[in-house]
Every structure is written in C-alpha cells, then in structure tokens.
Design a protein around this ligand. Structure first.
Ligand code: ATP
Ligand code: MG
Length: 593
C-alpha cells in the first residue's frame, strides 16, 4: 500500500470527548469515526485490525472443533417470549416494529436464535457434542456508551454456543473453550487473566471472564486475586475472609437511646464511640419497582449484583430520600435516612417489603440498629426470637434474622483469600471475553430437545462463549502506546511495517525504499511505502501515531549502505543494511503463523 493512497486522516489533537487512551488514539490516528452515540465507523485501518482479531479467533475456534455460521441481526419477539427474556431483558434490548406492526429486536446476543436452530436440526444424541459460532455485529442500547469501542452500542462479537447431552460433556467443552480463549488473547498480544464471574442476565451457574489487566480508567471491573494461589474473581462474584474485628458490643441490655444528628455511619460511630463493625446498616433499594432492605455490617458495602441475584430482578437502584420518607409514612413512622431499620416496615408502593441480610450481620451481638425513629438508635440488640419486620421487637431488643441471609458484600482490598487465607489484591480489568455454563436455561423453556439413547426426549445442556472483537482490538491499545501513538502487537497491526524514503525527490533513496518495499511484499509482509512528498518529521509522526510495528527509513545513510531501523514497541533504533532490516521483519512476520 502506498501511503499517498491510504485512506487515513490523522488529527493534530486528541478528540475532546475521549476519556481513555484507546479511544483517544484510535480517533486521532484515523482508525475510527463516531457516527452517533456508541456507534462507530471502522475506517480501513481499523477494519484491517478487526479482521486480524477475527481471523485469530476464527482459526482457534475452528482448531477447537467449533463450526462457523451466521445468524440474522434482527430477531423476532416470539423467540424471546419463548425464553422468557422479552419481558426481563430491560432497556438495553433495542426493540422495533416492522410495517406489519410485528415486534422485533436488534440482537444483543443470540441464545434464542441458536437454540431454535438446534431445536430444528439437532434431534439425536448422536449429533452431539456440537459447538456453533458466529462473528457479527450486536446492538445493546447501553445506558452509558463510552470509551469508544470499549463500550459501544453497536459492536462486533464472536459468540459461540455448545450443545451437549450431559453436564460432564458441557464441562469438557467449557475447558476446551477456556484453552482456546487463552490462546486467542495470547496471539493477539494481550495478557489476560481468567477470573470467576457472575453470570448476570445470560444466566447459568458457572462463568468466567477474560480480563485485560490495566491500571487505567478503561478497566471498568475490579478484579480480586491472590498471588499465593490461583484465586481470582470479578468484584461481582468475589468472596473473602475478613480480618478479625470487634463484632460484639458492650451494652448489657437492649435499649433505644438518643443519637441526635447521626445521619451517617461515621457520625454514629463518633457519637457512640464504637467501630462501624458493631452497626447493622439498613440500605433501602428499589428493585424493579419493589422495595428491598439490605442489612449489612456498618463497615461493609453492598455489591449490587449479589443483591440482585439474591432477590431476582433486573433494575436496581438505591431509594431516594423522598422515597424513604414516604415508606416511613406508609408504615406509620416519621424517620429520616440514617435512622432506618427493618422492624415494622411492611409495605411500600403496593409491594411487600423484602428484607435480605448479608452474612456479616449474622455474627453480630449486642449491636446497633436503626429503629425508624428520628435521632434515635437501638443499642445492645441481638438476633433471636421475634420477626424482623415486626415492630414488637424494638421493645424486646431481639428479632429474627430475615429469611434470606446470603453473601451481599463487596470485597475490599486488605481482606483475605477465601481459598488460602493470604491477602487479596485488587486491580482493574477490561472484560474481553467470557464463558458460561448455561445448562438447560434456554433449552428447557424453549422445549429444545433431542432423543437420548433410550429414545427419551431431553433438553440440550448448553454453554455459551463470547469475545468482544471490537473491544479486544481497542483493549490492545490500552497497554500498547506511548505519547507519540499506538504500538500495535505485530499480530493485529493493520500493517506490519512502513518504509519511509526521507526525500521522495532523491532517486536513489526512492529506489532503495521501493526495493525494500517490494521484497517485504514478496515475503508476505503487509507493508506501506510512505511515498508522500512531505517533510520527514511529518512522516515519522504519522508512522508513530498509526503504530506500525517496524519502520525502515531510507535516508542519506544509504551512501554507507545503511538504513535506519526502528522497532515501535521498544523505540530502539539501529543503522543496518537494507537486506538485514527486511530480513528481521520477514522473520518476525513468518513466525506469527
Ligand atoms: P459488560 O459486563 O462489559 O457489559 P457483558 O458481560 O454484558 O459485558 P457479554 O454479554 O458477556 O458482555 O458479551 C460478550 C463479550 O462482548 C464481552 O466479553 C465483551 O468483550 C463484549 N461486549 C459486551 N458489551 C459490549 C459493548 N457494549 N461494547 C463492546 N463490547 C462489548
Ligand atoms: Mg460478561
């Protein structure tokens, strides 16, 4: 490719709306242009990168025994009703109607479609196991599209779905996919960590995410890991052992005492001269319109995905002060946030109030709790007889734990590994892929069955496996850049090398440059010849910004038989013979295959 013909417009400045490196770089270096919020044009350079990522994914999926197909982007409502997800998927699902008023959606994922395909053609146990995948655009109407390709609304995904006759079969395929993913990301030049995760809206029980570890803002997930053993988990799934702390108060009897102006845990601790670990904190949530109280030890935070999983639901938010006051009124109290407790709270908004407790509150003795009275708290309370939602317990100082007591706690740095007890570390990650054991979550409701060896119908045991192609390409920029531009890993760079004649008017320089360029092309190197009549500084700047892994500059040195060779990753420069420069690049590219 001649640089004079390459369709690329680099910008002098970073775009003002970009927050993270990959977004800034990809726009400035002419890879992507925003069409509308969360929707991008992939310009020729980007498309080459995306195709390279796709091809690596395709090769490894094929090697792992999966078969590629392509499903439609637009999907009918009926299949989503069969799986039960039409109602529950929420606003990320982009719904539309056709001219006949039939309801459809833009595919955010394809479990329903693939299950219907299987139901149609996968009738016997003899046809399994099978794993089908596609590489295609997805659309999710994300609440906060941001970070360029990292969180778009339209993006490219590889999604694979496996069908097995048993849980053991599924587990084998799951492991097979985990290995394929490890190879894929390694080949893309990315360091990833496979971490345990929550399975969210897709469902299923076991799932793992592949994270690109980064200390930048681009890492949207906190990842907890242990250096001493191989434990690692996403924050929505992580568990930990807690350091020893005071969990029993010194009060000898239960009483309601005045605690004026103690609206926060800190103020209450200060007033009572106690650690936060002696307080049962009551948080009021609204989950799909329904009121939920979450009880957790005062020094700990609620992990909202865990709470969602505990009670079921899609949309979770903390209640407003207004809603809390209204809830108090409806139940006959007059308290403000800061003084709330579970007792006596029965209903709100036409729904019964659900109370869930984190495991940390279970061990507490002689604790402090809100009693729904302004400027007062209960102290010296204990779990025992008496119903949590029953106001009587305020007087007795004793109440039962709510029915649901489970892990709701957000793990924090400084806590200990649940497996080996060593200190847990925290870092941030970009999720580039994930794998799920779905089981029969889709096949059972959709009546997608096969005949087993005994002629009995059974639902398929399924797995699903996603990789964000466009996110992976962008994530690769996050650890691979410097102030001058991108440093693409060779395997996914749009071109492997650029050859720059310092002066296009110098016939000899042009001839040597063209010879090197042709040699590279002949040996399968994707090379660009910067034949523009520009100052060398402009060409060098563009080469660094675009991020060609190798730069061969042909200048005055050719009178001494040398060219300048630059490795973008290390920025090392050397003066070597043209043949040697070409040889290094050819060898590196050949070794990719
Ligand atoms: P996230 O938690 O980041 O929203 P997800 O868990 O909803 O992602 P999956 O449904 O598991 O995503 O999709 C599989 C892969 O698709 C993800 O691992 C990620 O690489 C990619 N992906 C998901 N959402 C987006 C998005 N909005 N933009 C770009 N890539 C995405
Ligand atoms: Mg995920």
């Amino acid at each position: 490719m001649k640089m004079s013909k390459l369709f690329v417009q680099t910008l002098r400045e970073f775009p003002s709306d970009a927050e993270v490196i990959s977004h800034k770089m990809l726009v400035r270096a002419g890879y992507i242009r925003k069409l509308t919020s969360g929707v991008y044009n992939y310009l020729p350079l980007m498309w080459r990168v995306l195709r390279k990522v796709e091809n690596i994914v395709r090769e490894e999926m094929d090697n792992a025994g999966a078969q590629e197909l392509l499903m439609p982007f637009v999907q009918p409502k009926e299949l989503w009703e069969e799986s039960g997800r039409w109602e529950v998927y929420g606003k990320e699902l982009m719904r539309l109607r056709d001219r006949h008023n039939r309801e459809m959606c833009l595919g955010p994922t394809h479990e329903e479609i693939i299950t219907a395909i299987a139901r149609d053609g996968l009738k016997s146990y003899k046809q399994m196991p099978v794993n089908l995948y596609q590489i295609q655009s997805k659309f999710r109407d994300e609440v906060r599209p941001r970070f360029g390709l990292l969180r778009g609304r339209e993006f490219i995904m590889k999604d694979a779905y496996s069908f097995d006759t048993s849980q053991e079969g599924l587990e084998k395929e799951y492991e097979n996919m985990a290995q394929a993913y490890t190879k894929i990301f390694k080949r893309c030049g990315l360091n990833t960590k496979m971490v345990q995760s929550d399975s969210g809206a897709i469902g299923g029980s076991v799932s793992h995410e592949f994270m690109v570890i980064t200390d930048t803002d681009a890492g949207e997930n906190d990842v907890f890991y242990c250096d001493a053993c191989d434990y690692s988990a996403n924050s929505n799934h992580a568990i930990s052992k807690l350091p020893e702390t005071k969990t029993s108060g010194d009060w000898t009897s239960a009483q309601v005492i005045n605690t004026p102006n103690t609206h926060t845990i800190e103020e209450l601790c200060e007033f009572l001269k106690i650690p936060a670990s002696l307080i049962v904190k009551t948080l009021v949530y609204i989950i799909d319109k329904k009121p939920v109280l979450a009880l957790i030890r005062g020094d700990k935070q609620v992990e909202e995905t865990k709470l969602l999983n505990a009670v079921g639901g899609i949309d979770i938010r903390i209640a407003t002060a207004g809603e809390i006051q209204e809830m108090m009124k409806v139940n006959g109290f007059n308290a403000e946030p800061g003084f709330i407790g579970p007792m006596g709270l029965k209903e709100y908004n036409g729904y019964q109030i659900t109370v869930v407790a984190d495991e940390t509150v279970k061990e507490l003795k002689n604790f402090v709790i809100g009693v729904n009275q302004k400027d007062k708290h209960g102290v010296g309370y204990n779990w025992g007889a008496g119903i949590c939602n029953d106001f009587e317990c305020v007087n007795s100082g004793s109440m039962d734990l709510p029915k649901i007591v489970t892990d709701l706690r957000l793990v924090e740095a400084g806590e200990f590994c649940p497996t080996c007890g060593q200190p847990l570390k925290v870092t941030r990650g970009i999720e580039v892929g994930n794998i799920f054991q779905l089981g029969t979550k889709y096949s059972a409701p959709m009546n997608a069955v096969y005949l087993d060896q005994n002629g009995k119908t059974q639902p398929y045991v399924m797995g699903c496996y996603g990789i964000g192609i466009s996110r992976t390409a962008a994530a690769a920029v996050e650890p691979h850049y410097d102030e001058n531009g991108i440093k693409w890993p060779l395997a996914i760079a749009p071109y492997h090398a650029v050859v720059i004649p310092v002066s296009t008017k110098d016939e000899e320089q042009m001839k040597v440059a063209e010879d090197i360029y042709k040699t590279l092309l002949k040996h399968g190197v994707e090379a660009v010849l910067d034949d523009r009549d520009e100052r060398p500084g402009v060409k060098f700047k563009d080469a660094d910004l675009i991020g060609f892994p190798y730069r061969i500059t042909v200048g005055k040195g050719i009178s001494d038989g040398v060219v300048e060779f630059k490795v973008r990753e290390t920025c090392e420069m050397s003066n070597i013979a043209p043949e040697q420069a070409a040889e290094i690049v050819i060898t590196a590219v050949t070794n990719l295959k």
